[in-house]
Design a protein around this ligand. Structure first.
Ligand code: HPA
Length: 273
C-alpha cells in the first residue's frame, strides 16, 4: 500500500504539468450517465491512458477521461468512466483516482452509478440518493500497510454520505420538482448479476439498491476526508419472486432513462455548493 505514495506524486506532478487545477468539486460519472458529461463545459480532457499510474477502463459505456471544466458555474474535475473490481483491478487501483483527486484539492465528491432496485417501490429510471452503504465486496480498499499520508487508519463511516450534502440535495430536488428516492446501496463485486435468493437476502439486510461500484471509492473518500454525495439510477427491478433476465444492455437502457433527471439534479446541486 505504501508503494502508491510515490506513484501518486508522479501522477499529480504530471497532471499539474498538463493543466491548471483549481476545482474543489469532483464528480465520478457511472455507467450510461454520460449525459451529465454533456453538461460540463470541458476545458481539458485527459485520457486515462496518458496519465501515469492510472488504470484504463475496459467496459463499454465507460469512456476513460479525466475532465477539467465548468458545471453550474463552478470549476469541477470529473472522471468520465470509472474502474471496477470486476474488471480485475485491485481495490487499491479502483480507488487510486480518489486519492489523486484529494491531492488535486477536491473537498466534495459527487458520485453516480447504475443500480438494481431492491426496494419493490422503485421504478426503472428513478434516482436514488444513497444514504448509506453495505460493503459486500468482501474486502476494503484501505487494507494494507498504513502511513498517515494515506489518511486515517480506521476511518469513521457514520457520515460517509454527508448529511449536510444530502440535506442540500433534498432541498434542490424539491425546488426543481425532481422526485428523489433515498436508500441504502449494497456494493457487490460482480460481474455476474445476483440470484433471486441473493436479492431476497439483500432486501432482508436492509438494501434498497444493488450495484458493483461506489463503495470502494466512498471508503477511500472517508479515509482522506472528502465529503461524498452519491446517487444511483435504478436500471432494473430486482424482485426475487418475479425475477426476469437482466443484461448489461438493459442496465444501460435503464440508466439512459434516469440520466437526464440525475444530470439536471447534479447540475443544480453543484450550482449551490
Ligand atoms: N445488480 C443487479 N442489477 C443491477 C446492478 C447489479 O449490480 N447494477 C445495475 N443493475
Amino acid at each position: 500500500m505504501l508503494d502508491i505514495i510515490p506513484m501518486l506524486k508522479e501522477t499529480v506532478d504530471y497532471l499539474h504539468s498538463r493543466a491548471r487545477f483549481k476545482a474543489d468539486i469532483g464528480i465520478i460519472l457511472g455507467s450510461g450517465l454520460g449525459r451529465l458529461g454533456e453538461k460540463i463545459k470541458v476545458e481539458e480532457g485527459i485520457p486515462y491512458s496518458e496519465i501515469p499510474h492510472f488504470p484504463v477502463s475496459t467496459v463499454p459505456g465507460h469512456e476513460g477521461k479525466l475532465i477539467l471544466g465548468q458545471l453550474g458555474g463552478k470549476s469541477i474535475i470529473a472522471m468520465k468512466g470509472r474502474f471496477h473490481y470486476y474488471e480485475g483491478y485491485s481495490l487499491k487501483e479502483v480507488t487510486y483516482p480518489v486519492r489523486v483527486m484529494k491531492r488535486l484539492g477536491i473537498k466534495r465528491l459527487l458520485v453516480s452509478n447504475a443500480a438494481g432496485g431492491i426496494n419493490p417501490s422503485f421504478e426503472i429510471g428513478d434516482v436514488m440518493m444513497i444514504t448509506d452503504h453495505i460493503n459486500l465486496i468482501g474486502a476494503s480498499p484501505i487494507r494494507g500497510k498504513h502511513s498517515e499520508e494515506l489518511g486515517v487508519r480506521f476511518p469513521d463511516m457514520s457520515d460517509a454520505y454527508s448529511k449536510k450534502l444530502r440535506a442540500l440535495a433534498r432541498d434542490v430536488a424539491l425546488e426543481n420538482g425532481i422526485y428523489l428516492r433515498e436508500g441504502v446501496y449494497a456494493g457487490l463485486s460482480g460481474p455476474n448479476f445476483e440470484t433471486a435468493a441473493e436479492y431476497r437476502f439483500l432486501r432482508f439486510i436492509g438494501a434498497d439498491a444493488v450495484g458493483m461500484s461506489t463503495v470502494p471509492e466512498v471508503i477511500v473518500a472517508a479515509q482522506v476526508g472528502i465529503s461524498v454525495l452519491a446517487f444511483s439510477v435504478i436500471t432494473d427491478k430486482c424482485i426475487p419472486d418475479v425475477l426476469g433476465p437482466v443484461s448489461h444492455m438493459k442496465v444501460l437502457r435503464g440508466a439512459e432513462k434516469g440520466s437526464a433527471t440525475l444530470s439536471r439534479l447534479m447540475e443544480k446541486i453543484v450550482e449551490k455548493l
